[in-house]
Design a protein around this ligand. Sequence first.
Ligand code: 5GP
Ligand code: ZN
Length: 135
Amino acid sequence: MKDNNCIFCKIANGEIPSRTIEENDSLRVVLDVGPATKGHALILPKNHSKNLYDLSEETATEVIRMAKKVALKMKEKLNCDGVNLVQNNEEAAGQTVFHFHMHVIPRFENDGQVIGWKPGQPSAEELDAICDLLK
Ligand code: 5GP
Ligand code: ZN
């Protein structure tokens, strides 16, 4: 449920003040204190999960519904040109706070941010092999 050593548990449950833009029974959405762009928000479940692997199906559904709501609000109120959803799991993938969270990042033409990857150039055989492994 809650982890007493987890800062996002404390923020999500209102024990530490935050700039909250949405809240319901199971989630709190707060502004990121180190934003990629103006309005960068974090969707935090009130119950502790370390990452996507241990998130309940129900909360996962609520998170994506909330992401849509927040993205539409950003379009309306910030007049942003796009929105990235980013969600990191484990250190190797860039996770730094080990309480599940979804980033909602409004994007603006020429905002100078890079959220992406360097495309690979796999052969057809390599793609086939990965496809066989994952299906
Ligand atoms: P991660 O790299 O784990 O996906 O993202 C962690 C995010 O949490 C970072 O974007 C960071 O700026 C943000 N963050 C870290 N500590 C706090 C905090 O105390 N309050 C808020 N609102 N955001 C935080
Ligand atoms: Zn937590």
